[in-house]
Design a binder for this molecule. Structure first.
Ligand code: F6P
Length: 364
C-alpha cells in the first residue's frame, strides 16, 4: 500500500476542504493508495503521540462546501521552528525537520501534499531539499502567490468584501458619512482593488500605491455638495502613506513568525481628521470574516482541480513542485520559483487604469 499525507498549513481559507476531498476521491481511483491527514499542519506528525487521520471517501463526503479545514491548521511553529519553553520561562525554537522526515519514513509515507501559502511553501521547499517527496498546493485569500494566476479562497474573500461595501453604501448614503473599510491582503492590494471596483468605492488605498492624504481629501470634497454626500474608502491592511509606514504589530504569540497588520483604517481616520476633514467618518475592520464560511463555486472548482492535479503529480513523481493555475491550464511549477517571487498589483495594469476610469482614486 502506498501512502500520501495531506497537511493544511498557515491561515485557513475557503476551499481547503474541497482540495482534501478531491485528493481523496482521485486517490480512491487507484487500487493501492491510502490518504492520511496530519492534524494542525505538521504538528500532527511532530506531536508525541502523533495525530493523523485516515481520510477515505466516507470522511470527505460532503465537505466541499464547508469553510475551514477538517484537518485544522496553524500558522505558528512548524518543523523548522518548533517552539520550546526554556527553564527560565522564555521561548525559543528548535529545528525538528530531520526528526520529522525520519518519522514520516517510519510511518511509510511515500509523498506529502502541503496545502498552504508562501510561508508553508517555503517549508515545502526546505523539506524537498531534505529529500522528502513534497508537492505544494497554493492557498491564500491574499492572491499574492507568484506563478499561479489565482488561488482558491481569494474570490470568496473578494465577494465578502464587496458585499460589505454594498452594505456600507446604504448606511453611508443615509447619514452623509465617510466609511473606511479595512480589508486583508498583507503587502498586496488585490482584495481591496477588486472589491473597490465591484462595490463602486470612491477611494481605494493599497500597499503598492502609497497615498497622499491631500489627494484623498480632494476626492472626498468632490463627493460632497453643501455637506451632503458620502464616500466609501476601501483600505488594504498594508496600505501606507507616501513616506509613511504600514501599521503592523508583533503579536508576541509564541512561534508566530508573522507580523500582524493592524490599524490601517484607524490610522487613516486620524490622518483625515488631521487634514481637516469636516465630515463624519466611521471605520469597519472586516478581519477574519473574509476567511470564514462557504467557498464560492469558483473557489470550489479551483480547489477541486488543484486536489486532483496534486494527486496526479504524486503518481507522476513531480516532487519539489507546486500545483499552479496558469489560464487555461492547471499545471505545475518548481517550488523554488514560488518562494522567490511575490505577486503585486501593478500600477499600470488594466484593472488599476479601469478603476481610475470609473472615478476610483488611489490617492496618488
Ligand atoms: O494571509 C492570509 C491572512 O488572512 C492575511 O490577509 C492576514 O494579514 C493574516 O492572514 C491574518 O493572520 P492571522 O489569522 O494569523 O491573524
Amino acid at each position: 500500500m502506498n501512502r500520501v499525507l495531506l497537511a493544511t498549513a498557515g491561515g485557513d481559507c475557503p476551499g481547503l476542504n474541497a482540495v482534501i476531498r478531491a485528493v481523496v476521491k482521485r486517490a480512491s481511483k487507484e487500487r493501492d493508495w491510502e490518504v492520511l491527514g496530519s492534524v494542525q499542519a505538521f504538528n500532527g506528525i511532530l506531536w508525541e503521540p502523533s495525530e493523523v487521520k485516515v481520510l477515505d471517501e466516507h470522511t470527505v463526503s460532503g465537505i466541499h462546501f464547508k469553510g475551514g479545514t477538517i484537518l485544522e491548521t496553524t500558522n505558528k511553529g512548524g518543523p523548522f521552528a518548533w517552539p520550546v519553553k526554556n527553564t527560565d520561562g522564555t521561548w525559543s525554537t528548535v529545528d525538528r525537520s530531520d526528526e520529522m522526515v525520519r518519522k514520516l519514513q517510519y510511518m511509510g509515507i511515500d509523498a506529502v501534499i502541503n496545502i498552504g501559502g508562501d510561508g508553508s511553501q517555503r517549508i515545502s521547499q526546505a523539506l524537498a531539499e531534505k529529500g522528502l517527496n513534497v508537492i505544494g498546493v497554493p492557498k491564500t485569500i491574499d492572491n499574492d502567490l507568484a506563478v499561479t494566476d489565482s488561488t482558491f479562497g481569494y474570490q470568496t474573500a473578494v465577494q465578502i468584501a464587496t458585499e460589505s461595501v454594498d452594505k456600507l453604501v446604504t448606511t453611508a448614503a443615509s447619514h452623509n458619512r465617510i466609511f473606511v473599510l479595512e480589508v486583508m491582503g498583507r503587502d498586496t492590494g488585490w482584495i481591496a482593488l477588486n472589491s473597490s471596483v465591484a462595490g463602486g468605492a470612491e477611494i481605494c488605498l493599497i500597499p503598492e500605491i502609497p497615498y497622499d492624504i491631500d489627494k484623498v481629501m480632494e476626492r472626498i470634497y468632490s463627493r460632497f455638495r453643501k455637506d451632503r454626500g458620502f464616500v466609501i474608502i476601501v483600505i488594504a491592511e498594508g496600505a501606507k502613506r507616501k513616506h509613511g509606514e504600514q501599521s503592523k504589530e508583533d503579536t508576541g504569540e509564541v512561534g508566530y513568525a508573522n507580523v500582524k497588520y493592524s490599524g490601517a483604517a484607524a490610522r487613516l481616520v486620524d490622518e483625515l481628521k488631521e487634514a481637516g476633514c469636516p465630515y463624519d467618518i466611521r471605520s469597519t475592520v472586516l478581519g477574519h470574516l473574509q476567511r470564514g464560511g462557504v467557498p464560492l463555486a469558483y473557489d470550489r472548482i479551483l480547489a477541486t482541480q488543484f486536489g486532483v492535479k496534486a494527486f496526479e503529480m504524486v503518481l507522476e513523481g513531480k516532487f519539489g513542485e507546486m500545483v499552479a493555475y496558469q489560464h487555461p491550464n492547471i499545471t505545475s511549477v518548481p517550488l523554488e520559483d514560488v518562494i522567490t517571487q511575490h505577486k503585486y498589483v501593478e500600477e499600470d495594469s488594466d484593472l488599476v487604469k479601469n478603476a481610475k476610469g470609473v472615478g476610483i482614486s488611489f490617492g496618488n
